[in-house]
Design a protein around this ligand. Structure first.
Ligand SMILES: [Zn+2]
Length: 241
């Protein structure tokens, strides 16, 4: 009886400590969509988008058609994070059009206002650290206006890093260390850290548990675009991998 009581208490404790951290991966798009390994799969998914892309379009034309679609896209009101998803995808597209990897991020304040934006710049700047979230936070923290949102190097509660793709281990730890909440548009079944937070060392896991971490409430088309912009490197095998 005593053992059963202790076990019940432990379960309640564990449930409570993780309750603060809402980690969900629910999406209206079939989860298998978010795995793309070949150029052929990528092109087929790009052609299926409502952007008018044809299989034999040159790469530049594909990106221009996505740009036209995104500029004219009205965030869907039933999805509360669609405006952030559009902004993050615009950043991802910016990187892709520069010859970089297609991931973008925006920093959102407690009133839902976008206060900074950034995109992956690894190839553009020959920097191993400039993933989208890292580029966003480094740029923002180097600006004097960031100080009103921070105490030392930690942000006051209420700021969210909204990324077009599920943050990788490096970026997730950076966001946690800064004390920001994490949201993202498309899940990263093969590279995302958010859904693997239980694999972190205990101290880092505890730090991560202090902020909200969740997939954004985004429309299926924004989720698909986020994924395809990321994997657009398969079009021309850009990058070292
Ligand atoms: Zn990253």
């Amino acid at each position: 009886m005593k053992k059963a009581l202790i076990f019940t208490c432990l379960i309640i404790l564990v449930s409570t400590s993780f309750a603060q951290q809402t980690i969900t991966s629910a999406t209206l798009v079939d989860p298998s969509y978010f795995i793309t390994h070949t150029r052929e799969e990528l092109v087929r998914k790009l052609v299926d988008l409502p952007c008018g892309i044809k299989a034999d379009d040159p790469i530049k034309t594909i990106f221009q058609k996505i740009e036209t679609y995104l500029i004219n896209f009205n965030p869907e009101p039933e999805y509360s994070d669609d405006a952030f998803a559009k902004a993050a995808n615009m950043q991802a597209l910016k990187s892709v059009m520069e010859g970089g990897y297609g991931i973008g991020s925006v920093l959102v304040d407690q009133d839902g206002k976008i206060i900074a934006a950034g995109h992956n710049s690894q190839m553009q700047k020959n920097r191993s650290d400039l993933h989208a979230e890292m580029a966003l936070m480094t740029k923002f923290e180097n600006s004097p206006r960031s100080k009103k949102y921070m105490i030392h190097y930690v942000y006051k509660p209420g700021l969210t890093v909204f990324s077009s793709a599920e943050p990788c281990p490096m970026c997730f730890i950076r966001i946690s260390t800064a004390g920001c909440d994490t949201k993202y548009c498309t899940p990263g079944p093969e590279d995302g850290m958010v859904t693997r937070v239980s694999c972190l060392p205990p101290s880092w896991r505890e730090m991560a548990s202090k902020q909200k971490v969740e997939i954004g409430d985004c429309s299926p088309i924004m989720q698909k675009l986020s994924h395809l912009l990321f994997y657009s490197y398969l079009l021309d095998n850009r990058g070292p991998y």
